[in-house]
Design a protein around this ligand. Structure first.
Ligand code: SF4
Ligand code: SF4
Length: 136
């Protein structure tokens, strides 16, 4: 057990030290550029191939068909995503964009699934991939 004088000494020294913690969210530390945050799908670049959904180890991506545009779109459920970026590696059309945004906490789990309106999803134009797909 730590003695009372030792505790008092520790408390007094700590009073004059710079705090280790910061006043988040009012203060923020810079994030590493490699930090893996929220991803998003560039619907114009995406061809709806479904490879991201196939490779997602968390089952966080579902391909949803939009009848008006006659195409599929990957819909991400961020309550399942753990930011491994496998989908980013996989996508041959480089349609999955990365970011360092991480503040996703919410009490409404349903809001963590990305929703697209019919008007947002345009028909897809066939084009060659930008790079070879990543295979595990
Ligand atoms: S892998 Fe890329 S192009 Fe294919 S569905 Fe996913 S985001 Fe779209
Ligand atoms: S970052 Fe990983 S867990 Fe999240 S959607 Fe992509 S593949 Fe799935």
């Amino acid at each position: 057990m730590v003695s009372a004088p030792k505790l008092l000494k520790e408390a007094l020294t700590t009073l004059f030290k710079r705090p280790v913690t910061i006043q988040y969210p009012f203060e923020r530390r810079p994030l590493d550029p490699e930090f893996r945050g929220k991803i998003s799908v560039d619907l114009e670049a995406c061809t709806g191939c479904g490879m991201c959904a196939r490779d997602c180890p968390a089952g966080a991506i579902k391909m949803v068909f939009f009848p008006k545009a006659k195409r599929r779109v990957p819909v991400i459920d961020f309550s399942r995503c753990y930011f491994c970026y496998q989908c980013v590696e996989t996508c041959p059309w480089e349609a999955i964009k990365t970011s360092t945004f991480f503040e996703l906490a919410t009490v409404d789990k349903a809001s963590l699934t990305v929703k697209y309106g019919e008007e947002e999803v345009k028909p897809v134009k066939p084009r060659p991939p930008k790079r070879r797909p990543f295979f595990r």
